[in-house]
Design a protein around this ligand. Structure first.
Ligand code: BEZ
Length: 238
């Protein structure tokens, strides 16, 4: 029995699985996750603690980029194991007092979940006792409009996230879905993409015979161009 509990305690959602469901209180009222985000991409992310410097820099950056994520139909939801009043006081302090890297008067309008029981954080594997048993690590779950987890990234307490990378992840996942391609290392819109996606049948060369814009480095590694405009036309929220 003890063993089963131990296994349960460390169970973590995985890529390709349904995002675990929960209801919670947030700075924007109650949420029913992921159900109420059906039809949207959503980034669910955790931070270790309110009123800490790395988290403050992250929240200011995320809030400043909220419109950029919204352009790709992507909403943001934060979580820490602090209570609602701490969240409210911290976000007010950020808005009223903190000026950082040209960002000031930053209002966080996306929901920040209170999780004092650590129920949600535990469900999502955000508590990693080797790092801290009382705080969530910096977890990022990118969830698609069907509620499927598409990317998971974890950072330790000391390392602030790269938010350009998180936006790149959302754009790359949406591009892969729309064009049935894969994206190579460091891909950005406008760069060549990989055909066919990793793991699909047949070689790219067989399937793309006669398509002149394809470039093959070997039988298993072929790319084709897709312009930035074509990517944006498909994925930008109308
Ligand atoms: C921070 O956000 O600065 C932080 C939070 C918890 C532990 C270490 C750093």
């Amino acid at each position: 029995m003890e063993n089963i509990q131990e296994i349960k305690a460390v169970s973590m959602p995985r890529i390709g699985e349904k995002a675990p469901a929960f209801k919670a209180v947030t700075t924007q009222g109650e949420i029913n996750f992921p159900q109420q985000y059906s039809g949207n991409w959503v980034i669910l992310f955790s931070h270790p603690a309110d009123f800490t410097p790395v988290c403050t820099s992250e929240f200011m950056t995320f809030a400043s980029m909220e419109d950029q994520f919204a352009k790709y139909n992507c909403k943001l939801v934060g979580l820490s194991v602090d209570g609602l009043y701490s969240h409210i006081a911290w976000l007010r302090t950020i808005k009223e007092k903190i000026e950082y890297k040209g960002m000031k008067n930053v209002e966080v309008t996306f929901p920040l979940i209170e999780d004092i029981t650590m129920e949600v954080a535990t469900k999502y594997g955000m508590i990693q006792p080797g790092e801290s048993s009382t705080k969530a690590v910096r977890a990022v779950f990118v969830i698609d409009p069907k509620g499927i987890i598409r990317t998971i990234i974890y950072y330790p307490l000391s390392l602030g996230r790269n938010f350009d990378e998180l936006l790149r992840v959302v754009i790359a996942l949406q591009t892969a879905d729309e064009f049935s391609i894969a994206t190579p290392a460091d891909w950005r819109p406008g760069d060549d993409v990989i055909v066919p996606p990793a793991g699909s049948c047949g070689t790219a060369k067989d399937r793309m015979e006669g398509k002149e814009d394809m470039k093959c480095y070997d039988w298993f590694f072929c790319t084709k161009p897709i312009s930035k405009e074509a990517v944006m036309e498909k994925i930008l929220k109308k």
